[in-house]
Every structure is written in C-alpha cells, then in structure tokens.
Design a protein around this ligand. Structure first.
Ligand code: NAD
Length: 285
C-alpha cells in the first residue's frame, strides 16, 4: 500500500465519532460506561442515561473533566415518557438529529423456570426488550423523520446507526428463561428495524456478548441482587481454559470497541447483523 493511502487511513481511524451525537442507555456502569468513555475519546457528543443517578453522575463528570461534551439524564427505559425525554435532549445536542443510538440498559433476575414468577418474567422482558423498543421508537423523529427531511432538502441522507445488546444467552441458558427470551427478542427487533429503516440510511445491528466481568456477572454474595453462583463462575473459568483466548476474561472495554465499530462509518454498509463477542468461549448466536 502506498504511503499516502496509509496516512489517509490512519487519519480516518482517529476521531471515529467526530461530529456525531450519540445516546447511550445504561451508561452508569459496566458496558454502557465503557462505551461512553470510548465514544467520548472518539469525539462524540453524548447524551447518557441510567436508572441510577450516582453512577450516571460519576460517568458524566469524568467525561466532562477530560473535555468531553456530555449530558446525563436519569431515566427508566420501561417508561415511554422517560425515553422520549432522553431522545429529545439527545437531539438538542445535535440540532434535531441523533446519529447513534446505543441501547445497553439491561438487567438479570435468574431463576429456574418452574420457580420463576410472572413478575420476574415481565420485569426482565420490560427492561431488556420493551425498553429497547421504546428507545428506538422515541428516537424515530430524530433519526427516521430527520432523514426524510435531509433527503428532500439535499438529495442524500447521512449514515445513522442503532446498536442493541443481545447475549449468547439468547440461545438458551439454565436459569435465564426470561433473560434468554428478552435477548432473543432483541435479535428479531434488530433485524426488523434494519429492514424498515434501511430506506433512511439507518443501520441497526446487535452485539451479543458472552461472559463479561461486570456487576451482573460477579459471584453473588449473600443478600445481593445481582450475580451468578460460584459453581457457574468455576464452569466459566474451565471453559476459558479449554476453548477461550489465552488472556483475561471479557471486559466491558472489549464490548465497547465492537459497539464503536457499529457506531462508526467503518460499518456503514453493515446492517441487520448480530456479532458474538465471547473470546472463543461460547457458541455464536
Ligand atoms: P451493569 O449492571 O454493569 O450495567 C447495566 C446498567 O443498566 C446499570 O448502570 C443499570 O443501572 C442500568 N439499568 C438497568 N435497568 C435500567 C432501566 N430500567 N432503565 C435505565 N437503565 C437501567 O451490566 P452490564 O453487564 O454492563 O450489562 C449491560 C448490557 O449488556 C445489558 O443489556 C446486559 O444484558 C448485556 N450483557 C451483559 C453480559 C455480561 O456478561 N456482563 C453478557 C451479555 C449481555
């Protein structure tokens, strides 16, 4: 490759989200927080939201102190009105347009199927699946409708992207009937939005993480809501030794980098795809 072309590519590789406005849900912790930090580094203007104010405020102030443009809003993605407020605030950062919507907010409530209450089932479906649906719908005026206006005015539409978070558990996992159904539902939702909104140059893809070390996957201690049993963690360690990459277990940053790919113009011609990110440990979705 000639030197000038190499330099051109290098230049394109930094500031991958320069001039883009991105909304990230679940940005107070784990994968959402890592994505917010990476997006800020790549030059995006950010609207972050989370159910919990304290971790959200901490994320916002860290990004601000390193010079990023960011706002945070407390929001429950189960509530239509909250989602609408978030998208409106995001669009205000971008003259009425949102370029990237990243639906990361999610939760677990694991129980073996015969002990799972209807409340446990609905809770997880509402946060993970309905929350993602509500956010996409609330973003429609600032992604889909604005694209129509651009086409009418300029004859072309800029690239916009939606990234949803599925899971390798979408293919079934003991104790996760509710979670697996929500994450499988996200695949159907992603592929449908990809088809419906391709016409408006909006890509919609999903990332399906395997085991990533966060609050949701730590070994559960007495009295804690989140986490996995000790035996499951031992199984994960064993699986990594057998088929996983020879490195530490998956980190939030490993997922953030793949989300960045789908958020940036590097993937401008990719839509309706689900990418498993599991370090070789677990089968693909
Ligand atoms: P996390 O608990 O560290 O972060 C999730 C964030 O979402 C939290 O800050 C939480 O407050 C927020 N949230 C929860 N409910 C919300 C609601 N109703 N409205 C707004 N915000 C809400 O978990 P994580 O592991 O970083 O998970 C992020 C996403 O990745 C989730 O969708 C999860 O299902 C998915 N995922 C995680 C793993 C893993 O191994 N950690 C694997 C596959 C998929």
């Amino acid at each position: 490759m000639c030197l000038s072309k190499q330099r051109y590519i290098m230049k394109q590789m930094s500031g991958l989200l320069k001039d883009k406005v991105a909304v990230i849900t679940g940005a107070g912790r784990g994968i959402g927080q890592a994505t917010a930090f990476l997006f800020a580094k790549e030059g995006a203007k950010l609207l972050l939201c989370d159910l919990d104010k304290k971790p959200l405020d901490e994320t916002v102030s860290k990004i601000k102190s390193s010079g990023g443009i960011v706002e945070g809003i407390v929001c429950d993605v189960r509530k239509k009105e909250d989602c609408e407020n978030v998208m409106k605030a995001g669009a205000n950062l971008g003259n009425g347009s949102i370029d990237v919507l990243t639906n990361i907010a999610g939760i677990t409530c694991d129980k073996i199927l015969h002990t799972m209450s209807l409340e446990d089932w609905n809770f997880i479906l509402n946060v993970n699946l309905t929350g993602t649906f509500l956010c996409i719908q609330a973003a429609s005026p600032y992604m889909r409708e604005i694209a129509k206006k651009e086409e009418a005015k300029l004859g072309k539409i800029k690239t916009r992207s939606i990234i949803n978070i599925s899971s390798t558990s979408a293919m079934g996992n003991i104790g996760q009937a509710n979670y697996a159904a929500s994450k499988a539902g996200i695949i159907g939702l992603t592929k449908t939005v990809a088809k419906e909104w391709a016409r408006f140059n909006i890509t919609c893809n999903a990332v399906a993480p395997g085991y990533i070390e966060t609050r949701l996957t730590q070994v559960r201690k007495e009295g804690e809501d989140f986490g996995i049993p000790e035996e499951q963690k031992q199984m994960i360690d064993m699986m990594q030794k057998q088929t996983g990459l020879a490195r530490e277990l998956g980190q939030s940053e490993d997922i953030a980098k793949v989300i960045l790919f789908f958020a940036s113009d590097l993937s401008a011609y990719v839509t309706g795809q689900v990418l498993t990110v599991a370090g070789g440990m677990i089968g693909t979705v």
